[in-house]
Ligand binder design. Sequence first.
Ligand SMILES: [Zn+2]
Ligand SMILES: [Zn+2]
Length: 93
Amino acid sequence: MPQCKNCGSCAINHNHYGRDGTDPNLCDACYWRTKAERSASDVKRLREWIREEGERNNTCTFNVLGDVCGYCECKRKHSNNRNEGLSKAVPLD
Ligand SMILES: [Zn+2]
Ligand SMILES: [Zn+2]
């Protein structure tokens, strides 16, 4: 019976729990923990990329990341904002 290379468990069920055949030497628990850790670091990389692209394009990423961007401090930098303001301009008395 194969054992998990990580924890020695024999609970390796490739036909169950939605396993996709990767990490054949990991038990079910370690398989999912490894997957979760991988996707967590993927998300981190993606967020980093979005932040950098936003800064490069001068676009606010608050709606995507949920964080206030350092470069715009969420004054919602957007080239359209000015035009929007003009189209619904309120008469000044
Ligand atoms: Zn294991
Ligand atoms: Zn922002």
